[in-house]
Design a protein around this ligand. Structure first.
Ligand SMILES: [Zn+2]
Ligand SMILES: [Zn+2]
Length: 345
């Protein structure tokens, strides 16, 4: 099969022929119809992910058709239209037994722990736990955009954030996750304040339902701006970017007993991030993390997509070929962009 391969971290990837994957006894091989390009792929290519073994094929936001099925798989057969969460679970650890597959103790992630979906085919483990049926009427490109950013935003806003109609929700960082969160919070009946340095990102946020926007570079204190616009602070606030600055602004923009959900990853040299804990104590704030979403939680989200109440398709702004993927991957470092690029192998 053809695949995007890199041999060394940070050096140009190329498209070449590699052996076709075979399914594990509990796994499947999926023919990739669409796969999203994500800043996490760029981090992996740069060598920021210790799970990656070279040579490597990136790609973790995929949708396609089941091509081959392992002997122990009971729920899927060739021809099924499927997608997967970017966190694939083992199905048998204590976290999985509790229904929390998104924090599985033995998770695999296509494009990180094994070869991913920038290829004609991808092998996926524990298919009965991880595959999600893609309904007719939802395109492969739309389904591919669900697996990482959109499902992550959905869990952060709806499950971890427990958004309620009428609440003020602040979203710090309006890239793929942030714009998804804006759309999901607005569809839940919340009033959304979008925060970003980019006027273009804020324009998109407004078109996806943000009631108010704060241009981070144009005000002295974004948290104060959020508190002013929301009559004392947001009920729920997300750091959808993942930086010490946006994390602190999110916490500082909350009202009393507000909830902060950390969605953006926070890589740092020593693995720690300063958080305004004094405010968390004084105002009885809740500080929560959110990490992907389990496959079993997809159907209610897909119902909203099918009903047109959520429009992840609007986030997909460009489609490229596998041959164009290496250059697009390299460009993610300097210009991650507001929309989602989908690769069709
Ligand atoms: Zn991703
Ligand atoms: Zn598990």
């Amino acid at each position: 099969m053809r695949a995007v391969v890199f041999e060394r971290f940070g050096e140009p990837a190329g498209v070449r022929e590699v052996p076709d994957p075979a399914p594990a006894p509990h796994g499947v091989v999926v023919r990739v119809e669409a796969t999203g390009l994500c800043r996490s792929d760029w981090h992996g290519w740069q060598g920021h992910d210790p799970d990656i073994v070279l040579p490597h094929v990136p790609g973790h936001e995929l949708a396609g058709v089941v091509e081959a099925v392992g002997g122990r798989v009971t729920g899927w057969r060739p021809g099924d239209r499927v997608t997967v969460p970017f966190v694939c679970a083992c199905g048998s650890c204590p976290a999985c037994a509790a229904g929390d597959q998104q924090v599985c103790e033995r998770q695999t992630q296509p494009g990180f722990t094994h070869w991913g979906s920038f290829a004609e085919y991808v092998a996926l483990d524990h298919a009965d736990v991880n595959l999600v049926a893609v309904p007719e009427g939802v395109s492969y490109a739309t389904a591919a955009s669900l697996g990482c950013r959109f499902a992550t935003a959905f869990r952060a806003v709806v499950h971890q954030g427990a958004v309620k109609a009428g609440e003020w929700v602040a979203v710090h960082g309006c890239g793929g996750v942030g714009l998804s969160a804006v759309m999901i919070a607005a569809a839940s009946g919340a009033r959304v304040v979008a925060v970003d340095v980019s006027p273009r990102a804020l324009e998109l946020a407004r078109s996806f339902g943000a009631a108010e926007c704060v241009e981070a570079g144009a005000v002295a204190d974004t948290a104060a701006a959020v508190r002013d616009l929301t009559g004392g602070g947001a009920h729920l606030s997300l750091d959808a970017l993942g930086s010490p600055v946006t994390c602190a602004a999110s916490v500082n923009g909350l009202r009393r007993r507000g909830r902060h959900v950390q969605v953006g990853l926070l890589p740092s040299a020593d693995g720690t991030t300063p958080v305004p804990m004094a405010r968390a104590v004084a105002l009885e704030l809740e500080l929560l993390g959110s990490h992907g979403m389990a496959a079993h939680a997809y159907p209610p989200m897909l119902d909203l997509v099918r009903a047109g109440l959520l429009r992840p398709d609007l986030l997909v702004t460009s489609a490229i070929t596998l041959e164009e993927a290496p250059d697009a991957l390299a460009a993610m470092g300097s210009a991650p962009g507001a929309g989602v690029t989908v690769i069709a192998p």
